[in-house]
Every structure is written in C-alpha cells, then in structure tokens.
Design a protein around this ligand. Structure first.
Ligand code: BGC
Length: 381
C-alpha cells in the first residue's frame, strides 16, 4: 500500500514538473542544505542521547533560509535527531508554498517515518497532510500551527500571544505609558496573515497597547491599527521597509515617529533602512521592537539601532520537538503544557509552549551570551 502510494506520488510529481515546464520549484532531492554558518549560528551541542531513532527517518520541512532563525532551527533539529540515531531529511521551501508541498510529497514518497513541518502557509498543506495520514506518517507542527487538518499529532512552539504581550509590555514600560503625560507616535508592522502565530502576536500586543491608543497616549498617525491593515504577507522585510517609507513620507513630515512596533527582526531591519533614508539620527531614533533575537538584530541592539527583540531559544524548541518525534514513533508520552489554546479548526492540538524572553541592552549579556546563544565576539563585530 505504502509502495503503491509512493509510486503514484512520484508519477504525479513528475507529471506536475513536466506540466510546469520544469519550473523553478527546487527539486526536493537537491534542496539547499541548511548550514548553520559556524561563525554565526553555532548548532546546539547535541546532548548525549540514548538511541531512540534506530535508523528511522524524520522529514523536516522548514519555511525559508532568508531568516537566520530557521537556519538555526533546522540545524538544531538535525543535530539533536542524529545524536539519537535518526536519519534526517531537511528541506527549506524558500517561502514558495508550492515548493514546500512538493518537498513534503517527496518525503512521503521516500517513506519517511515522521514529518516535522514549519509551514510557509499554515492552511495550504491540507492535501499533502491527508496524503501523509493515509500513508501512516504522523506529523508534528513545528513553531507554526498546521491549520484545518486532523493529521497533526503535536505542536511545539513558543507562547505566541505571550510574544505579543512581551513586546507590548516592553513599550509600555520603556515609555512609562501608564503614568506619562506625553503622547507618543507609533506604527505597527505585523506578521503574515497565513501564519497563525501572527494573529496571536497581534492579539497579545493589542491587549497591552489598545488602551493607550484609546486614551490617546499612543497616536498612530497612519490610522493603520487593525491586523488586516498591518499584516505583511510572508513576513517580507522589503514590504515592511516600503510601508515604513510610506508612513514616514505621508504622516511624519512635521512630527517624528517615536515607536516602530514590529513583530519580527526582519521588519526592524526594514524600518531601520526607511528611517535612515528619511534622515533619522540617534537624536530622534525611535524605539524599534523585533522578534527572534537574530544575530544581526542582537548586534543592532548592542549598537542601539534596534531597541529590543524577543529571544526564542531554538535549541530548546528543537529539544521539545524531538521528544514529540520520539513519542509518535516509540509510543512514549511527550511533555505537553497546553491542551486548550491551539485549535486548528479541526482539533485542539496538544502543545508544548516555550517561554519567550525580551532582550535589550540591559540583559543581552546575561541572556544571549550567558545562555550560550551567541559569543561575546559574535556580538562585538
Ligand atoms: C515565528 C517567528 C518568526 C516569524 C518569521 C513566525 O512563525 O514564530 O519567530 O519571526 O515566523 O519567520
């Protein structure tokens, strides 16, 4: 049954490729290797692990190598799984939904034992998820919830609403919003509408900041405050830069922008370019938030061009996900700490949520260097 399905899939894929005139979807077998550049993103030291993998194969589908965090995620997963004796197929879809579908189809055709998926578009994989289920291959959702499917067993992520709350609380505290008589201008740059995390982050952020918008302590001069108005498809840095340029040109000719409330380090880089282009200097540089504590963002925090980021320890996330892989393959119980929040419209997916931590100039040494995420040399350069 598995073999027949594999054959059908392989045939279907070959046909699809011919139909597309051998298009640019990266062939799954030759997808670029996730290489954590040694100097930039040290893979986690794989802990001495018992051999639970015994030659089984884990197919990992990651969204993109354009952002450093996913390179680290892939590298951590690979090293931790291999330390347990698993074989790993690791592929990146490079933000091309169709390419990710093809990669997963190919992994099913190769009869992987389990799939770990960080989706590009969380709702676009239902077909291929059904194929995996039919082939008896369990699926674990990695960091991004897989929507509209009953084929997902577990979800490993961070407290995504907590990420938004932490960003909001950082702004609230930094500007003393609860007590100040000043007003501050703010613009919002939110995540991709096809990523469930983005909505949760927005909700968490607005739980903290909406009262200050209502009171007038925070003023959004563009008027763009809803999720629909501020979300940015595929978390595009270029689009964030363009939006920021437009806001600055359209609404901030006479008054400075004080706060860029962004949901992602990539957006913070985009805002930085826009602000520099508009002539902002360190005298009127705004508070800029981000997410992931990427290496570049962390360096920008040290130098002061980004104010804060949300540190998400990808080593820990990988560790939790690996326990889920063990669980679905060996019948063990993984650690779960949430069984109510992550409803994907078909089922509430048992989840483990790691805790996000806000980092800025005051604590990066303790958290990022002390925690072994980066070395002092990496952040100094
Ligand atoms: C992740 C974030 C990341 C974003 C963009 C989200 O799903 O949770 O950590 O910044 O994707 O890659």
């Amino acid at each position: 049954m598995k073999k027949t399905l594999a054959l059908i899939l392989a045939l279907a894929m070959a046909l699809a490729l011919v139909a597309c005139g051998g298009n640019s979807a990266p062939a799954a077998t030759e997808a670029p290797k996730a290489e954590a550049p040694a100097a930039e993103a040290p893979a986690a030291e794989a802990p001495a692990a018992e051999n639970t993998g015994s030659g089984k194969t884990v197919g990992i589908a990651m969204p993109t190598q354009s952002s450093e965090r996913w390179i680290k995620d892939g590298a951590n997963m690979k090293s931790q799984l291999e330390a347990k004796g698993y074989n790993v197929i690791l592929q990146y879809g490079e933000d091309d939904v169709q390419a990710q579908v093809s990669q997963i189809e190919n992994m099913i055709a190769q009869q992987v034992d389990v799939l770990v998926i960080a989706a590009i578009d969380s709702g676009a994989l239902t077909g291929v998820e059904a194929q995996a289920k039919a082939a008896g291959i369990p699926i674990i959702a990695y960091d991004r919830l897989l929507m509209d499917t009953d084929a997902v067993s577990y979800y490993a992520s961070f407290d995504n609403e907590g990420v938004g709350r932490a960003i909001g609380e950082y702004i609230e505290k930094a500007k003393d919003l609860a007590n100040t008589t000043e007003t501050y201008t703010v613009e919002f740059f939110m995540g991709s509408p096809d990523d469930n995390n983005a909505v949760l982050l927005y909700n968490g952020l607005m739980k903290v900041l909406q009262p200050y918008l209502d009171k007038g302590t925070l003023v959004c001069k563009s008027g763009m405050t809803t999720f629909e108005q501020t979300c940015i498809l595929r978390w595009s840095q270029e689009e964030a830069q363009k939006r920021c340029e437009n806001y600055l040109a359209g609404f901030y000719a006479d008054e400075d922008l004080d706060i860029c409330a962004t949901a992602f380090d990539g957006f913070a880089y985009g805002c930085r370019s826009a602000l520099e282009g508009a002539g902002y200097t360190k005298d009127n540089w705004p508070l800029i938030t981000g997410q992931d504590a990427e290496l570049m963002a962390s360096k920008n925090i040290v130098s002061g061009v980004q104010t804060m980021s949300i540190y998400k320890d990808t080593r820990l996330l990988a560790e939790k996900c690996v326990t889920m892989v063990d669980a679905v393959l060996n019948g063990t119980e993984p650690e779960i700490n949430d069984t109510t929040t992550y409803d994907n419209h078909v089922l509430v997916v048992p989840s483990y949520l790691c805790t996000p931590v806000a980092v800025d100039q005051s604590n990066y040494e303790e958290i990022l260097i002390g925690g072994g995420y980066y070395t002092a040399e990496q952040l100094a350069g």
